[in-house]
Design a binder for this molecule. Structure first.
Ligand code: S5P
Length: 464
């Protein structure tokens, strides 16, 4: 008898498969019930399951640094494989701790490490996807999952859509064939189960935000507001670093905490369209917007070229750009027209007031001109860079830079207020923070702290 048949029969003997009529959590009546938790009581079977998974690992040439088991049943299996391969194990908590470190992934790893996921059974693939998403958020690379049984209910396709390859020891159809061949169940029972499986293909409910991401016509304003609420973050990281590689690495770590990442592409020493595409991919995966802080300030014809052409082709990748209205509203008209050639929703933030000492922008006439321009081009202008609340309309997001919890300014005119002062005193919706995070000892922890502080104050005041 082949090793696979042997494993299936062993699982049958320990009643990991039950046939009859079972009410599932969803309320659906199922002719099969699979309970793999029982394997922990049978060390030989546990060993054999891990061996089968080891074979898959060897034959598929998947390289990995760590192994992450999905609680609970897959944890002992993952532990055995970790010991066999002498690789560290990770695990994803079911709930983040609400004390201490609030970590969701336990175990040691480095950003960009490759991690494979081990699971006992896959139906829709949702638990593997959830695990992968938490690992991605920590900057790990996850492309492969190994499972003991695939119920063949669309899990493989759901995982494929997330770029995760599914490797399985057993398919449910193989289990049924084997049990019929060995006289454990009748043809009729097998047919019944097959029909049930085929009739219950379960595409994952697509999250609202994913629909929005895929739907390129969704207005950027709406996407922004949804991101803020869903991620409970009104923090924009100003990633004023000169290496795009470093920004990509950082955004993998901090992406989960921010609603927007702001960059200055003209300070990058390693800019390329491939790399910026990589950053765009991270922004889609971790669900934040990309703002190029270009501060356009020329006549319409020139800015349209600066926006779409040259080395940076900003319009291709930046969801939002910043614009001075100094040259008159033609500048916004030109950018809006240029953005229409792009197949995704684009928008801009008008610089209304600046944080720096002696800024000439900060006079009433100027600011009124900016507001008028926003109203005229309200399909494209989704907000302001400002130091005060300019309008009562919810349509415009007020984004406030010059924020630091401990410093009051720098040597070159930058002036800081705290997140609370920015949101409460100055009416900010979005808080833009740069060096307070970048220069901190632990950027991830500091970003988390700013996210929490900013959103808490925002929630308090705006009662979201
Ligand atoms: O008024 C402004 C407008 C902007 S966009 N004041 C600013 O500081 N900024 C930008 O916000 C600035 O270009 C920098 O990228 C960021 C602030 O960085 P930090 O390190 O001082 O927080």
């Amino acid at each position: 008898m082949g090793a696979i048949d042997q494993l299936i029969l062993q699982l049958f003997d320990i009643e990991a498969f039950k046939f009859g009529s079972f009410k599932l959590k969803s309320g659906i009546q199922s002719p099969i019930y699979i309970d793999l938790r029982v394997i922990i009581s049978y060390p030989d079977i546990l060993r054999s399951v891990a061996n089968h998974m080891n074979n898959i690992l060897q034959n598929s040439n998947v390289s990995f640094n760590e192994i992450c088991g999905v609680p609970y049943t897959a944890l002992p299996i993952a532990s055995i494989i970790c010991v066999d391969y002498k690789r560290p194990m990770l695990l994803r908590r079911k709930e983040a701790k609400n004390y201490g470190t609030k970590k969701i992934i336990e175990g040691k790893f480095r950003p960009n490490d490759r991690c494979i996921i081990i699971e006992d059974i896959v139906t829709t693939g949702s638990s593997v996807i959830e695990t992968a998403e938490s690992l991605w958020a920590e900057g790990l690379q996850v492309t492969d999952a190994i499972v003991l049984i695939d119920r063949e209910q669309h899990g493989e396709k759901n995982l494929q859509e997330k770029n995760i390859r599914l490797h399985r020891v057993l398919k449910i159809s193989e289990v049924l064939d084997c049990l019929v061949r060995h006289g454990k169940i009748t043809e009729e029972v097998s047919k019944n189960v097959s029909e049930f499986i085929h009739g219950n293909q379960m595409q994952l409910p697509t999250l609202k935000i994913e629909i929005e991401d895929k739907n390129i016509s969704i207005p950027i304003r709406q996407r922004f507001q949804t991101i803020i609420k869903e991620k409970k973050s009104n923090l924009c990281l100003s990633a004023d670093l000169t290496s795009l590689d470093e920004i990509i690495e950082l955004s993998n770590l901090i992406g989960k905490n921010i609603c927007m990442l702001k960059i200055h592409c003209d300070i990058l020493t390693d800019f390329s369209m491939d790399k910026i595409q990589e950053l765009k991919d991270v922004s889609r995966r971790l669900n934040f917007l990309l703002l190029e802080d270009r501060k356009f300030a020329d006549i319409g014809n020139t800015v349209a070229l600066q926006y779409t052409k040259g080395l940076f082709q900003i319009a291709e990748w930046a969801d939002l750009v910043t614009v001075h209205v100094l040259p008159g509203e033609g500048i916004v008209q030109a950018l809006e027209q240029a953005a229409q050639t792009i197949n995704e929703s684009r928008g801009c933030l008008l610089i209304a007031q600046m944080s720096s000492k002696g800024a000439l922008t900060n006079n009433e006439d100027y600011v009124n001109g900016v507001i008028k321009c926003a109203e005229k081009y309200s399909d494209f202008v989704i907000g302001f860079i400002s130091q005060s609340r300019l309008t009562t309309s919810d349509k415009y997001l007020h984004c406030t830079p010059g924020v630091h919890l401990t410093n009051t300014g720098d040597q070159l005119g930058q002036q800081y207020v705290t997140p609370r002062q920015a949101i409460d005193g100055r009416g900010a919706d979005i808080v833009i923070v740069g060096r307070a995070i970048l220069d901190s000892i632990n950027r991830v922890k500091t970003a988390e702290a700013y996210q929490q502080e900013c959103y808490q104050v925002y929630e308090e005041l705006r009662k979201i």
